[in-house]
Write a protein that binds this ligand. Structure first.
Ligand SMILES: [Zn+2]
Length: 111
């Protein structure tokens, strides 16, 4: 994806510094600046753009600090799985119980 977006990023870097354009209303040249303000996409697309590990990783959420639990695949329960101590869970899990409306959120420095 990075090689696909590189030409676009390079062009926006040039536009960020400013380019001369003709202003027909003022009949004069002026400097035009353009910036990327918002990038939209679904969660997998945003993860790729941000260089994140993705939804199948242990720390898959870009908003909170909840860790994924791996049992054949990674999922994100709010409570300790009842079968976490049984065969099939790859790693031991510290007991946890998160309320969905009070999740431990990431700060800007934790990203
Ligand atoms: Zn989350």
């Amino acid at each position: 994806m990075n090689s696909y977006l590189r030409p676009l990023i390079n062009e926006f870097k040039i536009l960020e510094k400013g380019i001369k354009v003709w202003d027909a209303i003022l009949s004069a040249q002026r400097i035009l600046h353009a910036y990327i303000l918002v990038v939209g996409g679904d969660q997998p697309a945003r993860e790729k753009l941000m260089g994140m590990m993705g939804q199948n990783s242990n720390s898959h959420c870009c908003y909170c600090l909840i860790k994924g639990v791996h049992n054949k695949h990674t999922y994100c329960p709010f409570r300790t799985p009842e079968d976490h101590d049984q065969v099939g869970v790859d790693e031991p899990v510290e007991p946890f119980n998160f309320h969905p409306q009070a999740l431990p959120l990431q700060t800007d420095t934790q990203h």
